[in-house]
Write a protein that binds this ligand. Structure first.
Ligand SMILES: Cc1cc2nc3c(=O)[nH]c(=O)nc-3n(C[C@H](O)[C@H](O)[C@H](O)COP(=O)(O)O)c2cc1C
Length: 382
């Protein structure tokens, strides 16, 4: 009995300790191909103060931390410059379960303390509590030489550069952020177990912007997963390295014969460097009423289609599929508003998964605008 009690109390202690000590988070390899162009990221940068109620994906967290202050050269230098390369800025990631320190060498988050410390970063600005991640830039003055005045100046400049890296990553990859100097610095110093020479200087709260909540896979065509016409999951990352024409198709439309040219285009240029992905949709004139099985039968027997066909989706309105929200909304794709106007609208995606252009429904699949793009004779169409 005594023994059983000892084992039970040991188990309780171990599980209590586990609850208290979160594990380190090994971050994914950063995806350095994603995001809008730098000019587009600058065009879209703005402070965001309304966030969707959704945790960050591990890939977004990984890419964000690397962009903020990761190592980008073999000699250990960073994505953010620092005065005399003193690398005085440490990045603390405050997640709902715990506070972590970003270890750039291991590209991992090391736990510092269990608990939700976001209220200490939010201070009196309650909106900040909506954001699932608070990043705090902390300068360690002991790494900086010079006078007190120089250290104050350099540390603030160094922290600001990391903050701007965060802002540009967020605006280029569909996340929202705002730089903030409000926070309860003294309490944060204690919670983060900082030394006397470490000072929290600025924070960036980060999350998915509220208005883009339905389209949270924003950023890149290759981030999306869809269902194919057989009901199997298809990861669009499988199209990396190919140009892709995305077309919303319908079986009973005046434009349905475009299947002939689409198939010819695919035969000529696919499948190694080029693909067509067809999405049946019943949004226009109810001209795609059938089931996936009926649509598959129709396009394979009548038009001998061999390019990838997907399960039927909605390409506009309240039930728009997240991929089409990305294809059609500038706030999400960082490029252009391009609502689908009818069946057989074509979207161009480049080899890196970036939105590259749109061609309206009546422009035929073998038109020059499309073949020039496939053959690389014309710049991307914006
Ligand atoms: C150094 C600095 C401190 C800031 N502190 C706060 C803050 O404590 N709270 C806040 O809501 N916004 C804060 N901001 C965001 C500014 O209010 C915002 O950048 C400014 O209004 C311009 O808007 P924009 O970022 O959309 O261009 C801060 C910005 C900077 C650069």
């Amino acid at each position: 009995m005594k023994q059983l009690f000892a084992i039970l109390s040991l188990l309780v202690t171990v599980s209590f300790l586990n609850a208290q000590t979160p594990a380190a988070i090994k971050l994914n390899t950063p995806d350095k191909t994603r995001g809008a162009s730098v000019m587009q990221a600058l065009t879209n940068r703005q402070s965001v103060r309304e966030y969707a109620d959704r945790a960050l994906s591990l890939q977004d967290l990984s890419d964000l931390l690397w962009a903020a202050n990761g190592i980008n050269r073999p000699d250990g230098r960073r994505t953010a410059a620092t005065a005399s390369n003193k690398q005085d800025i440490d990045l603390y990631a405050i997640l709902p379960d715990a506070a972590y320190l970003y270890d750039a060498r291991e590209h991992a988050l090391k736990p510092v303390a269990a608990g939700d410390f976001r209220p200490l970063v939010a201070g009196s600005q309650r909106f900040a509590l909506q954001a699932p991640l608070h990043l705090v830039m902390v300068s360690d003055f002991s790494r900086l030489g010079g006078s007190e005045q120089s250290r104050r100046l350099w540390s603030a400049l160094d922290a600001g550069i990391v903050s701007q890296n965060i802002a540009l990553f967020c605006s280029g990859c569909g996340l929202g952020t705002v730089p903030r100097t409000s926070m309860q610095s003294d309490k944060l110093k204690e919670a983060l177990k900082l030394t006397d020479t470490q000072f929290p200087l600025i924070n960036n709260i980060v999350g998915y912007p509220k208005q883009a909540a339905a389209t949270a896979q924003a950023g890149n065509f290759h981030n999306f997963k869809v269902r194919d016409i057989n009901g199997d999951d298809l990861d669009l990352a499988s199209f990396k390295g190919k140009k892709v024409l995305v077309v919303n198709v319908a079986s009973k439309c005046g434009l349905t014969p475009q299947y002939t040219q689409l198939q010819a285009l695919y035969k000529k240029y696919g499948p190694d460097k080029f693909a067509i992905v067809g999405f049946p949709a019943n949004n226009f004139g109810k001209q795609e009423p059938g089931t996936d099985a009926e649509i598959k039968e129709f396009c394979s027997t009548k038009y001998s289609v061999t390019f990838p066909m997907m399960s039927k989706i909605s390409v506009k309105g309240d039930d728009i599929h997240p991929l089409y929200a990305w294809l059609t909304q500038a706030a999400v794709n960082g490029k252009q508003d391009a609502p689908v106007t009818w069946n057989f609208q074509k979207f161009m995606i480049d080899e890196n998964g970036n939105w590259a252009g749109m061609v309206p429904p009546r422009t035929l699949p073998d038109s020059e605008i499309i073949t020039n793009w496939i053959e690389g004779r014309a710049a991307v169409i914006n």
